[in-house]
Design a protein. Structure first.
Length: 160
């Protein structure tokens, strides 16, 4: 049995903006909580202001500017009409191959941030329990719908 290497496509550049916005919102929330803790510690112990919130803001900026683009670059996908390949991860690289014949349900979704960036998320539900949901974020809505329609066509052609 031989395995064919499938060249992976990058996610859309708009998805980088989506990841940055989501990360910034998380870090702003964490920074607000750190500011409250910082104020409380300053009031109760006299510690200088910024001891808690400073590092949190610094790590947040580092994350949004440097780490998020690395996360975005490590995603890739390929659709070969018979299977969908989705790869992601840095320390633990995960390459999932979903045979079209195993797909039971397909979703294409867009939240408001994704819509403004021109990207969508394709979700495939397969037979089985563990790993039965495969998510491919950050592709053009048109491309997600093309893949969905191609898979739907293959499913309806499959003999039961």
């Amino acid at each position: 049995m031989t395995f064919e290497l499938v060249p992976l496509q990058s996610l859309e550049r708009g998805y980088l903006a989506v990841l940055r916005i989501r990360s910034a919102v998380r870090w702003l929330t964490l920074s607000a909580m750190a500011a409250i803790a910082d104020g409380f510690l300053h009031w109760r112990t006299g510690l200088p202001a910024g001891v808690v919130v400073g590092p949190v803001v610094l790590f947040g900026v580092l994350s949004v500017v440097a780490l998020v683009p690395g996360r975005w670059r490590r995603w890739g996908y390929a659709f070969t009409e018979r299977e969908l390949h989705v790869a992601s991860g840095w320390l633990t690289r995960v390459h999932t191959v979903v045979p079209v014949s195993r797909v039971q349900h397909i979703d294409v979704s867009q939240g408001p941030i994704e819509r403004s960036a021109g990207v969508a998320t394709l979700s495939l539900h397969t037979a089985g329990t563990e790993g039965s949901l495969v998510v491919l974020p950050g592709i053009r809505r048109e491309r997600a719908e093309e893949i969905r329609d191609a898979i739907r066509g293959r499913i309806s052609d499959a003999p039961w």
